[in-house]
Design a protein around this ligand. Structure first.
Ligand SMILES: [Zn+2]
Length: 387
């Protein structure tokens, strides 16, 4: 049923207050009124509701500026828990996340299945995690999926890896678990995680380049995810960087993924190091990390080339959007400074100096759980208006 204007105003004001307390850490009712410009009575009434919902706690008293010392309020970070899922390569990762993006429980399962079987495995993983959360604490479930995702409709339009076409994942999971579900592209939610919890959080714009088995970017523009007109913003993995290069899984040749993804890197390593033949891509990355740490020149050369290609991608992004903050995430970012330095140099020679001089590339510190944290943040944002 449509909410009345009065109800909507109340909801918006409640969200504004919750967000104010969340951002402040601890704050008095009087200061909330000052910051939000709401009347003290409105603040008092709505705070009472938030306390009853256990979202906000009274946590002590502040310093008196004449009269009674004010009672301080704080968000109860564990009052609501969200399940975040990363539908990653070969594995599904799940986590129970609190309101500050901290992981309470995590679980991963191998997944080489596709179609209905992949959906069934996703449900099994969620069921295991739901069992660890009390029903009144469970806020919802967020999923980061590869491919094109319409978050508004809750539909995975296309995820090649799972052979999913037009899968109404939100509806399927809401029916099963009876809680709100949000579905989004994995790189986009990773960018959201970086925006909220990364280095220099809350920068208005950022691009996160996620490099794993595939390569894609997530864009936060004006503090919100930018998904493009057809949900495909940031699909940079299939931009051609080597004209007439080696064939890509997409049917074209010389895509960025063929030379700079985990798959592309593993292929390059196997050419140079016969002992890598037969190893999984993850194991090859491990091997590369190890030999780079020993300063093996052939390994460093491979990493250098990958950095150069990623730098071309970064230059294109900077040339198009003039965004200052570029963050590298995903397993390949473990290559660290050996990858970052040639990437920065390559960005600089492939776009106007005046633009590249303003842009900085860094490596995300959020680690392997970035998609789960970002998917949970999207749920917290859409249900509680927390960010
Ligand atoms: Zn391709």
């Amino acid at each position: 049923m449509k909410k009345s204007t009065h109800e909507l105003t109340k909801l918006n004001n409640t969200r504004l207050i919750l967000r104010t307390v969340y951002t402040a850490g601890t704050i008095s009712r009087a200061d909330i009124a000052r910051v939000t410009k709401l009347t003290p009575t409105t603040v008092s009434d709505l705070v009472e509701g938030l306390i009853q919902d256990r979202l906000v706690d009274e946590v002590g008293t502040g310093v008196s500026i004449g009269g009674k010392p004010p009672t301080l309020l704080s968000v109860n970070d564990e009052s609501r828990l969200t399940i975040g899922i990363d539908l990653a390569d070969h594995e599904l990762h799940g986590a129970v996340v609190d309101l500050r993006g901290r992981i309470q429980v995590s679980k991963s399962v191998a997944c080489d299945q596709t179609g209905e079987q992949a959906i069934a495995l996703t449900k099994d993983l969620i069921r295991d995690l739901v069992a660890q959360v009390s029903p009144e604490q469970l806020l919802g479930i967020g999923l980061g999926s590869p491919g094109l995702v319409s978050t508004n409709e809750g539909i995975v339009r296309r995820a090649v890896k799972y052979h999913w076409d037009e899968i109404p994942l939100q509806q399927i999971l809401e029916r099963e678990f009876k809680v709100p579900v949000v579905v989004a592209n994995d790189s986009q939610v990773a960018a959201l995680a970086e925006y909220h919890y990364g280095i220099d959080p809350n920068e208005e714009n950022l691009v996160l380049i996620k490099v794993g088995e595939g390569i894609s970017a997530g864009l936060v523009i004006g503090c919100t995810i930018f998904a493009g007109d057809g949900h495909g913003a940031g699909e940079i993995g299939h931009i051609c960087v080597v004209p007439n290069g080696i064939p890509c899984r997409c049917g074209h040749n010389g895509c960025l993924e063929t030379v700079a993804s985990l798959r592309g890197i593993a292929q390059a390593v196997r050419v140079v190091f016969p002992e890598a033949e037969g190893l999984s891509n993850d194991a090859v990355l491990e091997m590369l990390l190890h030999s780079a740490a020993q300063r093996n020149s052939r390994s460093l050369q491979i990493i250098h080339r990958v950095g150069e290609y990623l730098g071309v991608a970064a230059a294109n992004i900077v040339g198009l959007l003039n965004i200052h903050k570029i963050v590298l995430a995903g397993p390949v970012s473990l290559l660290g400074e050996d990858l970052l330095a040639p990437m920065v140099d390559s960005m600089k020679v492939n776009v106007l100096d005046v633009l590249s001089n303003q842009s900085q590339i860094s490596i995300s510190q959020l680690g392997n759980n970035i998609v789960q944290i970002g998917a949970a943040a999207l749920v917290q944002q859409s249900i509680l208006g927390l960010f």
